[in-house]
Design a protein around this ligand. Structure first.
Ligand SMILES: [Zn+2]
Length: 317
């Protein structure tokens, strides 16, 4: 008999990932429920090759993603784009043998500074990561880079500023008006700017809106279409503005980010997943208001755990 797990396997509690053709030859791969380390991917099938947008957090999840690709095409995956460095988008890079991994220059730099798969087992115990192997992007860019899947142009762009991370990449297929937004958008989930900027993430919403996409595949949460894109972006803006307002109140009142989080009424955003991210976001907003000299990512994560009454973030990956 095997020992009981602290967490049930995610397959027991979450619906399976959803593969969807969002345009001719363009697929989204949405993993419910979009919470910690459960991200979205996508791929574009050209006449000779496949371009993949992001991998996943664990060996088994990326293996399932590859099986989903294989259910559509047997053409080789020649290119994998990383929208940013976070493990849920990059851990599976190594499973795409022979593919060129493309990312932002800063994405590679952050990964190479770590030099290995970051060990999240303390903060996220119970996740079966599998036999992950470190693989950072080997082709990097600043500004923009156009890839082609046959005749179909996939335009990769940075924002020119820090947002979700220091090296966020958008993938835009203008001909089909499909936008892969990466973690600039958590659709139905709490945005997380701990590795980036609240100000920059708010600015990013304008950049995303300016594309005029008909289909937007977020980094987490369901695909948005048509007018739902603007409302998803507005929701992210309003949440992030609330964080800034609360930071200003907290600074005036002399409260720490954790203390301010405890008195913040999230209103309708309380229904979003991963609400403890408020604490990390407040740390960033305090820093951006010039009032958090002791800002560290570790301290912010520690405060998120305090906020949860000592419980680690719920992670079903
Ligand atoms: Zn991320």
């Amino acid at each position: 008999m095997s020992a009981p797990h602290d967490h049930p396997p995610s397959s027991a509690v979450l619906p399976p990932p959803v593969l969807e053709r969002v345009s001719d030859g363009i697929y989204s791969y949405v993993q419910p429920d979009g919470t910690w380390f459960i991200n979205n991917c996508g791929f574009i099938v050209g006449p000779d090759q496949v371009v993949v947008i992001d991998t996943t957090s664990t060996e088994s999840r990326t293996t399932a993603f590859i099986e989903a690709i294989r259910s559509v095409t047997d053409k080789p995956v020649t290119t994998v784009v990383n929208t940013h460095h976070h493990g849920d988008h990059t851990h599976g890079n190594y499973l795409f043998e022979g593919a060129t991994i493309v990312g932002h220059r800063r994405c590679r730099e952050v990964m190479m500074d770590a030099g290995r798969i970051v060990d999240y087992s303390a903060a996220f115990p119970g996740v079966e990561w599998g036999a992950l192997q470190f693989r950072a992007p080997t082709m990097v860019f600043d500004g923009s880079l156009d890839l082609y899947a046959g005749d179909l142009k996939v335009e990769l762009s940075d924002l020119g500023h820090v947002a979700h991370t220091t090296g966020d990449v958008l993938a835009w297929i203008e001909e089909r008006r499909v936008l892969f937004a990466g973690d600039l958008v958590f659709h139905g989930g709490t945005p997380f700017a701990l590795f980036g900027s609240i100000v920059g993430t708010i600015e990013a919403m304008d950049a995303l809106e300016a594309y005029g996409a008909q289909v937007m595949v977020p980094g987490h949460g369901p695909v948005a279409r048509g007018s739902a894109i603007k409302s998803a972006l507005d929701d992210q803006r309003q949440y992030l503005s609330l964080v800034q307002e609360q930071a200003a109140l907290g600074i005036t009142a002399g409260r720490t980010p954790l203390e301010q989080a405890r008195v913040t009424d999230l209103g309708r955003f309380a229904a979003w997943t991963d609400t403890e991210r408020l604490v990390g976001n407040l740390h960033v907003a305090y820093r951006e208001a010039g009032r958090n000299d002791e800002f560290t990512i570790e301290a912010a994560i520690g405060d998120m755990i305090h906020f949860n009454g000592g419980a680690l973030p719920r992670c079903l990956a």
